[in-house]
Design a binder for this molecule. Structure first.
Ligand code: FES
Length: 271
């Protein structure tokens, strides 16, 4: 097939789509939006279910590796038992710990530039893909309420860093065996993988790259910022990969901890 047969006609200055989505593209452009809807919907359903659970998010019995679900760390409410690092003293025994903290990691992801592109395309079809007509006749972008709120992303980025530190602490603690000693189990490796991917996701964030190298006329006078910018720029190019990998792994980490905590499986000790 020649390049001309693959070409797509472009009309500049035309009107935005309308109720019917049309395109001259003949490839399977719809696969990406379909996968996005499937993965994000599955994650939201699972995370909502997990957030309302008041147990099985912590493994702390004698002789076991200490494991805590990333959805419930830091464990702040009165229901946390041994996992509790801070008792709020507010009588929050009725409150699942995840409900107190999930707003920050979820806010970070919801306002992520990459996820915004993905869910605007997949759920709102605005537009569904490059070269495919918009499903809406008008477009105001993120210039007014409610989407202008997406600009808080940089602040969620700072909160995300705090959670990364806490989850890194949890990963290190997962190598500790309750009752004494250190070792490696599948659970400790799972928590380490999760913390690593979350750091990669945060460090590849566009707000992070801007923080390192933004609003600088010349790097000549800012050698440290130049080094930081050079470090995060290649990561930034892979932000999409880190976004999906960290999303899937954070959910699977919660699943793993729940299965061990409920006694459905044993945390396999490597040594
Ligand atoms: S742009 Fe995706 S986390 Fe900041």
């Amino acid at each position: 097939m020649t390049a001309i047969e693959h070409s797509t006609q472009v009309v500049l200055g035309g009107t935005r789509g309308g109720p019917e989505v049309s395109t001259l593209r003949q490839d399977r452009w719809w696969i990406q939006p379909v996968i996005t809807v499937a993965v994000l919907t599955s994650f939201v359903i699972y995370a909502t279910w997990a957030a309302f659970q008041k147990g099985n998010y912590f493994v702390g019995n004698f002789g076991a590796h200490e494991l805590i679900s990333p959805f419930d760390s830091p464990c702040l409410t009165a229901t946390c038992g041994d996992a509790q690092i801070f008792h709020t003293g507010l009588g929050l025994a009725w409150l699942p710990p995840a409900l107190l903290i999930l707003i920050f990691p979820l806010g970070f992801r919801m306002t992520c530039y990459y996820y915004r592109r993905s869910y605007y395309r997949a759920f709102w079809w605005a537009p569904p893909a490059c070269g495919v007509a918009d499903a809406h006749g008008s477009y105001s972008g993120e210039t007014r309420f409610p989407l202008i709120i997406q600009n808080v992303h940089r602040y969620f980025f700072y909160f995300g860093l705090v959670f990364n530190v806490l989850l890194t602490y949890d990963a290190i603690r997962a190598f500790h065996v309750v009752g004494g000693g250190w070792g490696i189990s599948v659970g400790s490796l799972v928590l380490t993988l999760n913390a690593t991917l979350l750091w990669l996701y945060s460090l590849s964030c566009h707000a992070c790259r801007h923080l390192c190298g933004g609003q600088v006329r010349s790097f000549h006078d800012h050698p440290i910022r130049h080094k930081l910018w050079k470090f995060v720029t290649p990561l930034n190019a892979k932000h999409m990969n880190f976004a999906w990998a960290s999303l899937v792994v954070v959910a699977l980490t919660d699943v793993y901890v729940r299965l061990v905590a409920s006694g459905s499986i044993r945390d396999l000790v490597i040594f």
